[in-house]
Design a binder for this molecule. Structure first.
Ligand SMILES: [Zn+2]
Length: 280
């Protein structure tokens, strides 16, 4: 293999540098929140590798630990999900707490990634709070959330927050703009064709989530224009052609689908249902 580029989180060179700098000082702490609208899963992998890396510049991307984290097969990096329930069951978290107390198999730390903190309710977070407070020093927790406010203040106060910059996502999805233009046009068949195309492109749930979040932001700017905010271009057109009621209804539908993207539902299934709901 050729010499590797230094690892970075896509679109986040600055944040990558800051995480790297903290990792090299062994100052990543016990718990981290990755928030914002960029590629949170990639950021979580990057940070998990930084926790585990045995290279000089962490994450080096080439030591056995970094490679295993990259492939998603590191035995001491656990992605905590509960596909059977809407929220992660408390039992699953008790399992996390007891496994965290066991020494790592081969890594430097036992790392637990929560890919979507929205599915941690108050009870679940309180179970985790105890482990964060009193758990063994080898345990590390990474929470991903578009908005860190979904975590209890007691957890946030014990956790370093790393924000992905919105600039990284800006302009990322021209398809979100296209989707809003189509909504603006008001032709159900165009919307169905657009969603079918998304399905055919084998869009991943994460990509779909970002696309829908961008689209929802655009609808919000249209809504703001309805309420008198200076809007131009698409925002103004949305305000003029769709109006307040439809914009907020669409934003609500998108919000629901954004949340669904966090569960184990195929993106193809979601895009099909989305076309129907938005057309209603
Ligand atoms: Zn490494």
């Amino acid at each position: 293999m050729a010499a590797q580029e230094p690892l970075t989180i896509p679109g986040e060179p600055k944040l990558s540098g800051r995480i790297r700098e903290a990792a090299n000082r062994d100052a990543l702490g016990h718990a981290a929140i990755l928030s914002g609208r960029g590629d949170l899963p990639a950021a979580a992998r990057f940070m998990a590798a930084a926790f585990q890396c045995r290279g000089a510049d962490k994450p080096c991307g080439s030591c056995p630990d970094c490679r295993k984290v990259g492939k998603g097969i590191h035995p001491d990096v656990t992605v905590v999900e509960d596909p059977d329930h809407k929220n992660i069951a408390v039992d699953v978290l008790r399992g996390v707490a007891s496994s965290a107390s066991v020494l790592p198999n081969e890594g430097r730390r036992k790392v637990y990634i929560f890919p979507d903190a929205n599915v941690l309710d108050g009870k679940a977070q309180n179970v985790l709070l105890k482990v964060i407070e009193d758990g063994p020093s080898h345990a590390a927790f990474i929470f991903c959330a578009e908005n860190s406010a979904v975590l209890l203040p007691t957890i946030r106060s014990r956790t370093a927050e790393w924000k992905l910059s919105p600039a990284a996502a800006a302009g990322a999805d021209s398809r979100a703009v296209q989707m809003c233009e189509i909504l603006c046009g008001g032709r159900a068949e165009d919307l169905a064709a657009f969603c079918a195309e998304l399905e055919n492109s084998k869009i991943s749930r994460e990509e779909l989530k970002l696309l829908l979040s961008d689209a929802r932001d655009l609808l919000a700017s249209g809504l703001a224009a309805c309420y008198g905010a200076a809007g131009e271009g698409l925002a103004a057109r949305l305000a003029e052609r769709a109006g307040r009621r439809r914009l907020s209804a669409w934003a609500e539908v998108l919000g629901r689908y954004i949340r669904q993207c966090s569960y184990n539902v195929g993106a193809g299934h979601l895009t099909g249902a989305l076309a129907v709901e938005l057309a209603e």
